[in-house]
Ligand binder design. Sequence first.
Ligand code: F6P
Length: 322
Amino acid sequence: MKHVAVLTSGGDAPGMNAAIRSVVRCGVAKGWKMFGVRNGFRGLITGNIVEMNTRDVGGIIQKGGTILGSARCEEFKTEEGRYQAIRELRQKGIDALIVIGGNGSQTGSYYLNNQGFPVVGIASTIDNDLCGSEMTIGVDTALNIALEAIDRLKVTASSHQRAFLLEVMGRDCGYLALMVGIAGGAEYILIPEIETDPEQVAKTLRLAYEHGKTHALIVVAEGAKYNAEALIAFFEKHEDRLGFKIRATILGHVQRGGTPGAFDRNLASRLGHGAIEAIDREEYGVLVGLNQSKITTTPLEEIVGKIKSVSMEMVELAHILD
Ligand code: F6P
């Protein structure tokens, strides 16, 4: 009988609870004892670990956020912090750990596994910037939240013949901006992967205005060189040329707090099951992800320190469609 703990780490993502539920229930179905760690890696260091059974994860599949809590933990980035975590895990009799999270969290998983404690990661971040999984838990819901914002902005933009600038999350990766920009019919999309000249954006807006468009939409990732603040500062100096009056909306954490949609609940359920199966096979130091519609495992050493970039085909498509 195995004793397995699960934690959520980094930025929360809609569907994390569905993953916790799946991990606990699939583990219990194997006859294992399951544990939850509160507040991410910080809870490991302080030994905040509680036993969880199937009833403890009842009624959470539809909830956003994470019932276990999450944190960004500086102490865990040190070797000593991780040894302290391992001491706590061993003292509680835990055999393996499942980490639900994104890039920073899976780097933590990698180092913990290398220091001798068996870890399996589950791909979860609204940024979808994690190598080893084509889709991560939370991104689909975040996209739909941002899309709803775009649809609403277009209504008011058209009423006033305005241009709207929407900033979405994505520190290092433009996936959210690109995909919601395409889905929302944006005139221009700015992402961290591609440097854009604001002069080009101004020309696009002018052209849209001259073509008689009643509104124009620019979607920008927070990590783009010209984010919403920088673009607004530029446009303020050149307002006469644009035609449209311009307004900016920064969506921020609104995108992270949503109720998970069907895709994220199902993905999380499948990845949770995949993580339990990996532990059953004693396949450690891997990330469980979704690739070509299948649940796969990828060695953590192949993904740490990398950032998944957006598809250049989608960038091309965005240009054709704008
Ligand atoms: O990694 C997910 C994410 O939402 C990023 O898109 C964003 O840059 C960051 O987290 C914000 O982090 P925090 O919630 O700690 O401010």
